[in-house]
Write a protein that binds this ligand. Structure first.
Ligand code: NAD
Length: 273
């Protein structure tokens, strides 16, 4: 008997990175998987690999999300686990932002070591467009809300379910990218509120708040990476299993007394949530 025997799980943004590894571990633990991704090709590929259902949908599009859950309801008639994982940090064309994030911390450190003052400034928020603000909030926060709302239409009458939302240490400690940090902080608030609301229906809602993990999302941080590793007591980025195993735990009945909680595998970068 495995830990997720016979459970039906939907993981958003599961075409790559953390979501893909969560889906693989869920499968090993006996779950049947619905693989969502905005990239239909990525969703289809993983669905083939683990014998699941691939569904292309942008989680920030409420009608696409509604259609996805209607398909889940008609194909499976049940949903035990939702992982709201889809997200991004940099989009194509963010070259200037990526350069600042990689270079400014070193310049600031040099200036500080030379006796200060610091005269190189990050200045990311002042240059942020309305579009960049809204897209970030929309994919992470609207997406988490849209998918949770549709999942509850299936889970509420079941009187059971586990929802896992992907936060980040950026949502608690802050970091460069006010749009990303605000979205992730919002996800933690959403998690606690929904956990209280649906506890009487036997539905648990928790969050993961990863530190820096090796995926495509953190690849653009190659230059600043040694500095981040130096600030991490364990001295390295994590790997996808550092997040996938806690997700298995939160999804399973072993976590039956866990709701409204945040688990933060981060190598010691942040020591309270
Ligand atoms: N990697 C890290 O260090 C880290 C740390 C903390 C939190 N996170 C969070 O973990 C989640 C997964 O990140 P990752 O590192 O695996 O990134 P990734 O880029 O490797 O994978 C993200 C996946 O989400 C998909 N996606 C993006 N926008 C989508 C949308 N609108 N609808 C559906 N799918 C969409 C992408 O196509 C991609 O397949 C994100 O929410 C991210 O913010 C990552």
């Amino acid at each position: 008997m495995t830990r997720l025997d016979g459970k039906i799980a939907l993981v958003t943004g599961a075409g790559a990175g953390l979501g893909a590894q969560i889906a693989r571990r869920f499968k090993e633990e006996g779950a049947r998987l619905i693989i969502n991704d905005v990239s239909g090709e990525a969703a289809r590929k993983l669905a083939e690999e683990i014998d699941g259902t691939g569904i292309a949908a942008d989680v920030s599009d409420s009608s696409a999300v509604r259609a996805m859950f209607e398909q889940v309801k008609s194909e499976y008639g049940h949903l035990d686990i939702l992982v709201n994982n889809a997200g991004f940090a940099f989009k194509p064309g963010d070259d200037e932002l990526v350069a600042r994030v990689n270079e400014v911390p070193f310049k600031q450190q040099e200036e500080l070591m030379a006796g200060g003052p610091i005269e190189t400034h990050m200045d990311v928020t002042v240059a942020m467009s309305d579009e960049d603000w809204h897209r970030m909030i929309s994919v992470h926060l609207d997406g988490t809300f849209f998918c949770s709302r549709e999942a509850l239409k299936i889970m509420n009458p079941q009187l059971s379910g586990s929802i896992i939302n992907m936060g980040s240490i950026m949502g608690t400690s802050g970091g460069t990218g006010t749009n990303y940090c605000a979205a992730k902080a919002g996800i933690l608030g959403f998690t606690r509120s929904l956990a209280r609301e649906v506890v009487t229906r036997g539905i648990r809602v928790n969050a993961l708040a990863p530190g820096f993990i090796d995926t495509g999302l953190t690849e653009p941080l190659a230059t600043v990476r040694p500095l981040i590793e130096a600030q991490t007591p364990m001295g390295s980025f994590g790997d996808c299993d550092d997040i996938a195993w806690p997700a298995v735990y939160l999804a399973s009945d072993e976590a039956k007394f866990m709701t409204g909680q945040v688990i933060s595998p981060n190598g010691g970068y942040v020591m309270s949530q």
